[in-house]
Design a protein around this ligand. Structure first.
Ligand SMILES: Cc1ncc(COP(=O)(O)O)c(C=O)c1O
Length: 490
């Protein structure tokens, strides 16, 4: 007897010839239709996820309770699941949802673009949409950050940034400085400057890089002075994956001065902290300095399209790609500047200013931080720190590996490595299960929950989030751990 594995089963069901076609026509494989996809239940989605996407990841979905949820719709600050439950989104796709879900102006501009049958691919003729989006991004960018490369992800934007820096710096200065705990993407080039052992794995990476502690300007100065081969330094302005880590204003001002003094190009990664999230369009604007190259993605696509952008000072760009001979070395790829993605991003930038969302991020973000500080004061044994700017906020719990009561240690010891000593997994899972609130975790610091709600978030949403968090923490650590463990055995 032949035993079929799950993937084979999911492929093998009827192979059909569509009605009206001759039997010789290439038969259609077992394809799921859009309507069937929409109607799938959680069990079927789980099977397909396991068979075709990422079986190992299901383990984490189960830990967090995500495996029981099917999202049917999403609107504004909320996801709506198969049971009509409204889940408050304080995760925001790690900063990808400035306008929340399905903003009506974004939907409308996309609908009209489709009805007018506009062109999409922008690699033959010049695109009026790509040109307008590049103009708008330059208009939002300070100084002479005027040249824009359009791609379809943050990683692609950062790849473009690093390649531009390398060419502009020239062959005698090939070395790139990056920071401890940095995250710049998972494609092979930027993986080299992403400081996570998990992601770097055993891949063979480019070796012309030097790592410095984040926020240590003396370390940067020492490096620049000692090594004339350094051509660029790449930094997130606020580290996201590192756990919402900021450097003081003096750091950035001195960095700018050092880069000018030593002729090093500064690349600011604003993929997560940019686009108004910090309360300024770019987070570096808080410090009155301008980098040589920067990058945006995530919210640039207004929650509906995949758009990334690298933005460079004109003279830097011209040095690298400014002649007909060099112009095509890194011109946009197939999906760079796609029509509907561009109009989505154009409308998004207009909405951002029309609705005052940058100021809302500053004001309501400050309110969120203030209320979190009050929760910290109430639960000082549980919360170690709250920090951030605008709607980029980190909530750090004390590591309780050593303080957990003896009776609970055997229970927790059977849980996943990632959860040991870490309250954030427990709190995140229970906020979702018991309070219908979604938060985000942090790559490099398991004790930090990241709060990156859409920039449309209002005080009432903050109040609801704070009530949920306070309610949960008031149960106390023992009850939280027990409740979490119970949710795992159900
Ligand atoms: C700071 C930063 N840079 C780059 C990236 C990569 O972006 P993407 O996931 O769109 O490739 C991310 C993604 O989280 C990010 O946070």
């Amino acid at each position: 007897m032949t035993v079929m594995t799950k993937p084979e089963q999911s492929k093998a069901r009827a192979v059909v010839t569509a009605p009206g076609l001759s039997p010789e026509t290439t038969p259609r494989p077992n394809l799921i239709s859009v309507e069937q996809a929409k109607a799938m239940d959680v069990a079927r989605i789980t099977d397909l996820f396991k068979a075709h996407i990422n079986p190992g990841q299901l383990h984490f979905m189960k830990l967090l309770g995500f495996h029981k949820i099917k999202i049917e719709r999403a609107e504004g600050m909320f996801y709506i699941d198969q049971n009509g439950r409204k889940i408050l989104d304080f995760f925001g796709g790690f900063g990808s949802l400035a306008f929340g879900h399905n903003h009506p102006r974004i939907l409308e501009v996309r609908r009209r673009f489709q009805e007018e049958k506009r062109q999409e691919i922008a690699i033959a003729f010049m695109s009026q949409y790509a040109a307008a989006l590049a103009h708008n991004i330059a208009a939002c960018s300070p100084g002479d950050l005027d040249m824009v490369f359009l791609g379809s992800s943050g990683s692609e934007a950062m790849e473009a940034a690093v390649k531009l820096a390398e060419r502009a710096a020239g062959p005698k200065r090939p070395k790139i400085v990056y920071a401890e705990n940095s995250f710049h993407g998972k494609t092979k080039g930027v993986l080299t400057i992403t400081d996570g052992q998990l992601y770097r794995g055993d891949f063979k990476l480019v070796d012309n890089t030097v790592r410095v502690p984040f926020g240590d300007i003396d370390a940067v100065e020492r490096l620049f002075r000692a090594d004339p081969e350094i051509g660029a330094i790449v930094l997130e302005t606020i580290q996201g994956g590192g756990g919402i880590i900021q450097a003081p204003a003096e750091y950035w001002q001195k960095l700018r001065a050092l880069c000018d003094q030593y002729g090093v190009l500064w690349v600011a990664d604003e993929v997560q902290c940019g686009y108004g999230r910090s309360g300024r369009f770019y987070a570096f604007e808080h410090y009155g300095v301008v980098p040589d190259i920067t990058a945006l993605a995530k919210s640039l696509g207004a929650g509906k399209a995949a758009v990334g952008a690298m933005i460079a000072k004109r003279d830097v760009y011209m040095k690298a790609y400014g002649t007909p001979k060099t112009a095509m070395i890194h011109a946009q790829a197939t999906f760079g500047g796609m029509g509907e993605a561009c109009v989505t991003a154009i409308e998004g930038l207009n909405v951002l200013y029309d609705e005052g969302l940058i100021d809302n991020a500053a004001d309501t973000g400050a309110y969120l931080l203030e209320r979190l500080k009050a929760v910290q004061a109430k639960h000082p044994k549980i919360i170690k720190d709250v920090r951030g700017k605008g709607f980029m906020v980190g909530l750090e719990f004390h590591d309780f590996s050593q303080t957990l009561p003896m009776v609970l240690r055997p229970i927790v010891s059977v849980l996943d490595e990632k959860l040991k000593g870490s309250l954030s997994g427990f709190v995140g899972a229970l906020l979702l299960r018991d309070y219908d609130v979604l938060v985000a975790f942090t790559e490099y610091n398991r004790n930090v929950i990241r709060l990156e709600p859409p920039l449309i978030c209002q005080r009432e949403h903050v109040d609801r989030f704070i009530d949920a968090l306070d309610g949960l923490l008031s149960r106390g650590i023992i009850a939280i751990v027990k409740d979490f463990v119970k949710s795992q055995v159900k």
